[in-house]
Design a protein around this ligand. Structure first.
Ligand code: SAH
Ligand code: SF4
Ligand code: F3S
Length: 475
């Protein structure tokens, strides 16, 4: 009987000393199982899927029970506070599991992937000797080989930025063959960042901006569509900086790419995330006006409403630039819902700077948002700035900001009552007789199961709303 799904964080007494003398049984020839836990952004979710594909091709199968895994893969995030510490404590807990399995004659490889792996590299092996393998986001195509070397006894660190494009070396997504991905899927079109916002680690963990070629993206989208995917979310740290030579031999931006992907039979909905305000060009704004498949929902982080802080953050736009941009997008697509990211308590942020952020939020009106206390990241310019804001001030500002954003979100959700909304059905409901879909603005919509099947897009009237859920069913 499979046990309940567990996270790697289970039990915190660690007993195994590295180099214990129980000789684990080699796995070659036997069924090999991997367990993967993903932290961080959607790109990590996508990367975990691609690593799973690579392992599947190498003869592994996935398990949701960490105790049963011959390979435990933690795909980590480094964006905010204590990311590395969390990984070390998760590994501390896994050490005991590794020891238990070793005494039963079973070998367990622990692999750290993702942005903490890239940032910490070999330091992880020094501080957490139970780890066998450290692999950064640009080298995932080498994962099966790295696992083999680790199993032969090598302590492996793969964090060099590969010269070759990792995407060319990863196996094709086998959505239809290996694991069911449902009707929505992520597709990475761009990776890395050259913007160097002064608070952010991403340019250091993901490297410089790389756009995947059109032919690869189209081929992957076609495969996903053939496996039943109806909604694609294009991913990139700066997705709207994507560019490439199109099928017509001309230079395409994201707008042109979206038009091309909308032609693929089966693909009914497109989204993209995350965008930088400086890369919203006219063609992309026009796509919001002219391409019905492009959902009227845009995540466009601004971080702060104060020009002084924006400058210190190296965002390279002002609050007024952002507001003008939102106005242009809204005149192209009046029903567009905006979402954003905000950081409070960046070094030097005064009450007046914070008030400017609150004012910007008031002016824009967000349907959803993510907000964070500034967290100094070692190695970024922000961490070395003067005038760090006291934690209590950050707390207080975050509370006020989140209260305003929650009110705006609640207003948006309740404004949908009585409206007819297109819904992509994506899963069975928790209650019998119900089925769940997604609105154009990403809220779950609860529908009578007789009304539609998974993969359908249906128009339903919203009868009532919950905190972030829409109901087309009566009470
Ligand atoms: N590439 C995207 C998002 C990157 S990270 C962009 O440019 O917008 C996602 C969000 O995490 C950021 O938008 C920011 O709001 C937040 N973030 C990044 N670094 C942070 C830090 N050091 N402290 C607090 N929040 C941070
Ligand atoms: Fe980080 Fe700025 Fe790049 Fe976004 S644009 S990934 S916030 S450096
Ligand atoms: Fe985290 Fe790396 Fe994504 S730091 S947010 S997993 S790019």
């Amino acid at each position: 009987m499979p046990k309940a799904v567990k996270s790697p964080a289970m039990n915190d007494t660690a007993t195994l000393q590295n180099g214990q003398d129980a000789a684990p049984t080699p796995l070659d020839g036997a069924a090999k199982r991997y367990f993967v836990k993903t932290y961080g952004c959607q790109m990590n979710v996508y990367d975990s899927q691609r690593m799973s594909d690579a392992l599947t091709e190498d003869g592994y199968s996935e398990t949701t029970d960490v105790q049963d895994a011959d390979l435990i893969l933690l795909n980590t995030c480094h964006i905010r506070e204590k990311a590395a510490e969390k990984v070390y404590s998760a590994v501390g807990r896994l050490r005991e599991l590794k020891a238990d399995r070793a005494s039963a004659g079973k070998e367990t490889m622990i692999a750290i992937a993702g942005c903490v792996a890239q940032a910490e590299g070999a330091e992880i092996l020094r501080r957490a000797p139970a780890v066998d393998l450290v692999i950064g986001p640009q080298t995932y195509h080498r994962l099966p080989d790295a696992v083999r070397r680790a199993r032969a006894g090598e302590k492996v660190v793969e964090t060099d930025y590969a010269v070759e494009d990792k995407f060319d070396h990863l196996p094709s997504p086998k959505a239809s063959v290996t694991r069911s991905r449902g009707v929505t899927a992520f597709l990475t079109v761009q990776e890395g960042c050259d913007k160097f916002c002064t608070f952010c680690v991403v340019p250091y963990t993901r490297g410089s901006e790389v756009s995947r070629p059109v032919s690869r993206i189209v081929a992957e989208a076609e495969r996903l569509a053939a496996s039943g995917v109806r909604e694609l979310t294009l991913l990139g740290q700066n997705v709207n900086a994507w560019h490439g030579v199109g099928e017509d031999g001309r230079e395409w931006g994201l707008g042109a790419l979206l038009f091309r992907l909308a032609e693929i039979p089966g693909i009914a909905r497109l989204r993209y995330t995350t965008s930088h305000p400086r890369d919203m060009d006219d063609a992309l704004i026009a796509a919001h006006r002219d391409l019905p498949a492009l959902m009227p929902y845009l995540h466009l982080p601004v971080q702060s409403g104060s020009d002084l802080i924006l400058k210190r953050m190296n965002r390279r736009h002002t609050a007024a630039d952002y507001l003008r941009l939102v106005e242009r997008i809204r005149s192209a697509r009046p029903d567009i819902a905006m979402s954003g990211d905000f950081i409070v308590g960046f070094p030097g942020e005064t009450d007046a700077d914070f008030d400017a952020t609150m004012k910007l939020i008031d002016d824009v009106g967000y349907a959803a948002a993510y907000s964070f206390k500034y967290s100094p990241r070692p190695g970024t310019p922000g961490a070395d700035m003067d005038d760090h804001v006291p934690e209590a001030v950050k707390d207080e500002r975050l509370q006020r900001l989140q209260a305003l954003l929650s009110r705006q979100q609640a207003d948006f959700v309740t404004s949908l009552t009585g409206r007819d909304v297109d819904v992509l059905i994506d899963k069975p409901g928790r209650q019998a007789g119900q089925i769940v879909g997604r609105s154009p603005w990403l809220q779950p919509v609860i529908i009578d199961e007789k009304a539609a099947e998974i993969g359908d897009i249906v128009t339903v009237r919203i009868m009532r709303t919950g905190y972030n859920t829409l109901y087309s069913t009566p009470d």
